[in-house]
Design a protein around this ligand. Structure first.
Ligand SMILES: C[S@@+](CC[C@H](N)C(=O)[O-])C[C@H]1O[C@@H](n2cnc3c(N)ncnc32)[C@H](O)[C@@H]1O
Length: 335
């Protein structure tokens, strides 16, 4: 995301609408910051880009304010400690935390210059209502029923994403200044990867849990009412929603190709899924379903599945996934 953030800062620091100088103050927000080492990654890139840009323009940097958002149960205590240190290293930067859902209002109108968000916007505000209300399992244990219902399930997830992302854009359109920028990354897929059209971003996790149902480790009824509230859109899907909402112009959209480097092993993938989904799995099934630590059993089942069923690579090839990177600019006026 670094080049996109740097480009956004360059635009903000030179345009300042009419005068060719930087704005006197600038507010940067990271939405879905979490509390780990990545919590300040995007903000650091943005602050650094402002300082470099202003140095290049021989202008004093604007007064900067960095605001970090996540859901209220995020570990904001740790975030605040990190912010204190960040502030000391980046004088004079003002900082704050803003707990709440990014699907609602978080900031005052026209107060933000740059919004960043990495790896968060594929999380829906809730599981698709159509499925919950009609008791349609997201992943039926019966493979035939699952196949027949696939289009219904995928459609319900896509509709929920559309509703949520529209809302996200509407809220940020109120909060950003005209010409304000937004750089986001989220899990997604390439439009031309037809294999992924009728698969889910959470498919591997559901398969493992389904194996655990078959083995009698978790209860089928509980599994039938378990929904992972995630949707990874295609680049085309995202483009259509942004254009339909109408407040932002798309400056850039990328679906980077991941090439080599990291060796994918069953253990690595199992650990990655565990890191992402442990909280909602434990919340729904309890931590000791079947008398054992459910997540230890989850990791064992995953490794067994991928060694028994041959290649993990084949399974991933059937459900190709990627990351979408998008850089947006709030239109000056809506026509
Ligand atoms: C995978 S983490 C990404 C953390 C960090 N941005 C990164 O790139 O490593 C996703 C974060 O999004 C947050 N999140 C999910 N839904 C959210 C919402 N509606 N509003 C605010 N934060 C949300 C989660 O709490 C979580 O901290």
């Amino acid at each position: 995301m670094r080049p996109l953030i740097q480009e956004a800062i360059a635009g903000l620091c030179s345009s300042s609408s009419t005068s060719a100088s930087s704005p006197r103050s600038m507010v940067i927000a990271d939405l879905g910051c979490s509390s780990g080492p990545n919590a300040l990654a995007l903000s650091s890139i943005a602050v650094d880009a402002v300082h470099r840009r202003c140095l290049g323009l021989r202008q004093p940097p604007p007064e900067l304010c960095v605001l970090l958002n996540d859901l209220p149960n995020n570990d904001f205590g740790t975030v605040v400690k990190n912010l204190v240190e960040f502030k000391q290293n980046n004088e004079p930067v003002l900082t704050g935390v803003v707990p709440g859902s990014f699907y609602g209002r978080l900031f005052t109108a026209e107060s933000l210059h740059l919004v960043c968000s990495s790896n968060s916007l594929h999380w829906l505000s809730e599981a698709p209502e159509d499925l919950k209300m009609n008791s349609i399992p997201a992943y039926d244990v019966d493979a035939n029923v699952r196949r027949e219902r696939r289009a219904v399930v995928v459609g319900a997830y896509a509709r929920q994403f559309r509703k949520d992302f529209m809302m996200f854009l509407k809220m940020r359109a109120i909060e950003l200044i005209p010409g304000g920028r937004m750089v986001v990354s989220l899990a997604g897929r390439r439009s031309f990867d037809l294999a992924s059209k009728f698969t889910h971003a959470w498919e591997s996790t559901a398969m493992i849990l389904c194996d655990m149902v078959t083995m009698g480790v978790i209860d089928k009824e509980k599994f039938d009412s378990f929904y992972i509230p995630i949707h990874g859109p295609s680049d085309e899907e995202l483009r259509q929603i942004i254009q339909e909402e109408g407040s932002f112009s798309i400056r850039e959209m990328q679906v980077p190709e991941f090439t080599g480097g990291v060796q994918i092993t069953p253990t690595k993938v199992a650990n990655m899924l565990r890191a992402a989904f442990e909280p909602i799995i434990v919340q729904h099934f309890g931590s000791t379903e079947g008398g054992e630590g459910i997540m230890d059993e989850f990791a064992r089942t995953a490794e067994r599945r991928w060694s028994l069923h041959g290649s993990l690579q084949d399974e991933l090839a059937e459900n190709p996934r990627g990351v979408l990177l998008v850089s947006l600019e709030k239109k000056l006026a809506r026509f």
